[in-house]
Design a protein. Structure first.
Length: 178
């Protein structure tokens, strides 16, 4: 048994670090969400909605994104028609947590790791705002394609982007990059 623990030590350290970081970050985020009342919407989601509205207005789209008066989501009206809702899960924080936990598990130098995580989270956030905006336009034009667009294509894009960041991290910056 000891032989296997020694042989698989790097893998076990990776898995242990990943799950520890993932659980810790998830608990911190959960505690943050618990500071809000049942029908309140967290500030991260509100800011993501506001940034999506700003982006769409910058692109000359007729869009209004506002808090639903009785439910914990943002209603998105596009060309005068309610098209989508932005809920807490749309803010991509769970994707950011997954990204950060993986990078921490393959950590490199402290400063490099921290900068890569921060820039990665920022780029995931920007991609997510673009995703919400594009999804709004596409669902307005193709409302029957919600499963394909929301359930398949856009998760593929955002998780594909995170995977690409992980590959860059492992090959260029992690302690295993040599």
């Amino acid at each position: 048994m000891k032989k296997y623990l020694i042989q698989f030590r790097p893998f076990l350290i990776f898995v242990g670090t990943f799950f520890l970081a993932y659980i810790l970050l998830t608990l911190i985020y959960g505690a943050y969400l618990n500071t809000y009342q049942t029908n309140d919407l967290d500030k991260i989601t509100v800011v993501a909605g506001r940034n999506t509205e700003q982006l769409m207005k910058l692109l000359n789209y007729d869009v209004i994104i506002q808090k639903n008066s009785s439910k914990p989501w943002l209603d998105v009206a596009f060309n005068g028609q309610d098209v989508v809702r932005i809920i807490e899960g749309c803010n991509a924080v769970s994707v950011m947590i997954l990204f950060a936990a993986f990078v921490l598990a393959f950590s490199g130098k402290f400063k490099t790791t921290l900068i890569f995580i921060l820039l990665g989270i920022l780029s995931i956030y920007i991609l997510n705002v673009c995703r919400i905006a594009l999804l709004t336009v596409l669902l307005y034009k193709y409302p029957n394609q919600i499963h394909l667009l929301h359930g398949v294509l856009f998760p593929l894009i955002i998780y594909g982007f995170v995977f690409m960041l992980w590959i860059i991290w492992i090959n260029r910056f992690s302690k295993y990059a040599k």
